[in-house]
Design a protein around this ligand. Structure first.
Ligand code: ZN
Length: 218
């Protein structure tokens, strides 16, 4: 059972369908491992629906109505499924594969002797959505982030200065967090990582790697 979970505000945004696709996908995969968050999410969705039902109509003037209608015309079309659509059983194929543990046929990019990365396409150009495969005992070089980093452990486990994480555990790192995760000694670790900006390695030895990591297949 997962020990590390998304914060309630993140679950709330997820239930409301407000998260960007790549981040919503990561939270959804966590719920595949976590009944507790799945239950909370269901309650939040029910709460949202109840609040919506209780909204009473207010008469609006023509000017306000026209300005709202004009804004609707300008809104971009929704290009991806919302969290509620996933809950209704329309899970994107990419998530079905992750959830069923079917990680075969992936294209891996070798970064170091112990780390390889497979970039997955979500259709969301603002986020990098990738699988990290760290060999047993292998280490990801120390790095900071230019944006946030969501990590979800799919197989094996890893640890950093703050704790150790196993299957289903969810972590959200902020740009200021510096960490150097190390895979458990007993088995390889596969994580899903969602970044809203590429990783930036801080150790001088790994500076050269940054351009490689910014190669995005999306
Ligand atoms: Zn959870």
């Amino acid at each position: 059972m997962a020990k590390f979970h998304p914060e309630l505000d993140l679950l709330t945004e997820h239930a409301a369908g407000n998260l960007p696709l790549a981040q919503a996908a990561c939270v959804s995969v966590h719920m595949n491992y976590c009944d507790q968050c799945k239950r909370t999410s269901g309650q939040l969705q029910n709460l949202g629906a109840a609040l919506f039902d209780n909204l009473h109509g207010e008469p609006v003037g023509d000017a306000l109505l026209n300005s709202v209608l004009a804004r609707l015309d300008d809104a971009p079309p929704l290009s991806y499924a919302s969290a509620s659509e996933w809950a209704a059983g329309r899970t994107p194929a990419i998530l079905q594969r992750l959830m069923s543990g079917d990680l075969t046929d992936l294209v891996w990019k070798k970064i170091t002797s112990t780390l390889r990365i497979s970039y997955l396409k979500t259709g969301d150009p603002n986020f990098e959505f990738a699988l990290y495969h760290i060999k047993a005992g292998g280490r990801i070089p120390e790095h900071t982030h230019r944006g946030s980093e969501m990590t979800l452990v799919l197989e094996g486990g890893f640890s950093d200065a703050d704790g150790s994480y196993h299957q289903g555990d969810f972590l959200l790192r902020q740009p200021s967090d510096v960490h150097a995760p190390t895979a458990v000694q007993s088995e390889d670790c596969i994580c899903l990582a969602v970044l809203d900006a590429p990783l930036k390695f801080t150790g001088w030895k790994y500076r050269w790697m940054n351009p490689f990591l910014q190669l995005n297949t999306g």
